[in-house]
Design a protein around this ligand. Structure first.
Ligand code: SAH
Length: 500
């Protein structure tokens, strides 16, 4: 019998959670325990199974957790028969002490695998628009630590070799020792006027880049208050940033945007905002739950199957999902709609229907209750309207006044959800620029939690009924997109270019 591999030393990449390797992510998603460092993105920890144990073994600056303690902990978890992922910032073997851990495992007779990661030495400059090599400019680079430690070169001879050895120099660690490092390099013959850049929190929405010269970079970093983690790069390649800068140039770069949508439908909005550079603070103040009872919906679905309705009107993708869940529970399917016409408010509701084999007969040109009533015109037939338990009156009133007999049924409930203490703290401390609301109930849940004083913050609402709910709660609404969708709201945010 071959012994199982128990421990995977995985590089997490430099910060952007998208920069882990495919192999690394697969292993993370299948582990029993993950031991992680300070610089590992929290979004990556969310990828581990919910039941997996998450063990922080990070070192704060100046507070060194003995490597032997970490080694022993890894061995202990492996011996307990768990699948262990040891998740390390960047690449495990670039100033990562990965080989110490591998040696400890080898000595303990535990099999392991190494999964390399993208090192910050290369990726952080890349996200600042600085290549470590460039033809005709630099054909070599050296990665060194600026930290005061045994790993740092000490003899003047070694400094001379470093100063003249490679065209590009990259320093990791040692923000505090930068001045000393720079001085030694200049003393050893490196050109004081050479361009240099220091990049703080590279590859994250908090990335900051300061450009100076070798002689002035330490002062510039101090004045700007640069803190670890930061990477410094020295060489002519720094000049390329002017043309190659891209990450910090994205339209919403660094803008702190609160997304209040429920977890189950926030993924695409969160991704779209992140892709534009925003620092997304996901505060799902609501969750979608089953209604207290199914009788109303079940009764209406049986009537639907008996052709009792002229129209079925869906105002959200949740209403579609719950309706189809119940149809299946009743032994019915999309054929229950065979003699009714179907209307969908908004493109995501339309998509949810199409995905279930129903091409809606009507999608109002703007996604409001008013426009829906206008498009349906007046009539006296019956309308099936699956809704949240406590829904705003808009749609029903509009349809009733046009003569329709509206059968409203509770199909789901939106209720307050737990959000993490960390996110609560960010919002309470006003650590954001924009808050987005995609439903009136989100406004209610958010203001219940955090109150209505959002001085200096931009309030963005998806459409008029959400905006009305916000105003009723005493908020000043700054932005309502013309197109009442998440995409429309994001586009309006890009146009508005709110200050950070
Ligand atoms: N094994 C890691 C390096 C560990 S040493 C790797 O391959 O990337 C930690 C140092 O890496 C930090 O002090 C800093 O110099 C650099 N670093 C890590 N993450 C960084 C980030 N997001 N931005 C800038 N520098 C970073």
């Amino acid at each position: 019998m071959t012994e199982d591999v128990r421990v995977f030393l995985v590089g997490a990449g430099p910060g952007d959670p998208g920069l882990i390797t495919r192999r690394g992510l697969e292993l993370l998603r299948a582990c029993d325990v993950v031991l992680y460092d300070r610089l590992v993105s929290p979004a990556l920890l969310d990828e581990a199974p919910a039941a997996a144990e998450r063990v922080f073994v990070g070192k704060k600056v100046g507070e060194v957790l003995p490597q032997a303690t970490i080694d022993a902990l890894i061995v202990e978890h492996a011996r307990a028969g768990r699948r262990v992922v040891r998740l390390k910032g960047g690449d495990p073997f670039v100033f990562g002490r990965g080989a110490d851990e591998a040696q400890a495992l080898a000595a303990a007779g535990i099999r392991f695998e190494i999964v390399p990661g993208i090192t910050s030495a290369v990726a952080v400059p890349a996200y600042a628009g600085i290549p470590v090599t460039h033809s005709g400019v630099s054909s070599s680079f050296t990665v060194l630590t600026a930290h005061e430690s045994a790993a740092r070169p000490d003899s003047p001879e070694r400094w001379r070799q470093l100063a003249s050895g490679a065209q590009t120099l990259v320093f990791l660690m040692g923000v505090g020792a930068l001045e000393d490092t720079v001085e030694r390099l200049i003393d050893a013959g490196r050109d004081a006027d050479e361009p240099a850049a220091i990049i703080e929190w590279g590859t994250t929405p908090q990335q900051r880049t300061i450009v100076a010269t070798l002689a002035t970079i330490a002062d510039a970093a101090r004045e700007a208050g640069i803190q670890p983690p930061a990477t410094t790069i020295v060489g002519e390649v720094v000049r390329l940033r002017t043309a190659v800068e891209w990450f910090e140039a994205r339209p919403l770069f660094g803008l702190r945007v609160v997304v209040t949508r429920p977890k189950i439908d926030s993924a695409s909005m969160t991704q779209a905002l992140s892709d534009l550079g925003a620092d997304v603070i996901h505060a799902p103040v609501l969750e979608i739950a089953d209604p207290p009872a199914w009788d109303e919906l079940d009764g209406a679905l049986k009537r639907l199957d008996d052709d009792a309705f002229e129209w079925a009107v869906f105002a959200s993708a949740h209403a579609v999902a719950k309706t189809f869940e119940r149809l299946a529970a009743l032994g019915l399917d999309a054929r229950a709609f065979r003699n009714s016409k179907v209307a969908a408010v908004g493109p995501s509701t339309q998509e949810a229907l199409v995905a279930r084999g129903i091409n809606p007969d009507l999608v109002p040109s703007t996604y409001t209750a008013k426009e829906l009533a206008r498009s349906l015109g007046s009539g006296s037939g019956s309308i099936f309207l699956p809704r949240p338990v406590e829904a705003p009156r808009g749609i029903v009133d509009n349809l009733k006044s046009a003569g329709w007999d509206v059968v409203e049924v509770a199909a789901y409930e939106t209720r307050p959800a737990e959000i993490t203490d960390e996110i609560k703290a960010r919002i309470s401390q006003a650590d954001f620029d924009v808050v987005t609301f995609l439903s009136p109930s989100a406004v209610g849940a958010f203001t219940d939690l955090f109150g209505s004083s959002l001085e200096g913050k931009l309030v963005a609402c998806i459409g008029p009924s959400t905006a009305a709910a916000a105003e009723a709660r005493g908020l000043r609404v700054d932005l309502v997109p013309e197109e009442h969708t998440a995409e429309g709201l994001i586009a309006a945010l890009v146009d508005a270019k709110p200050p950070r």
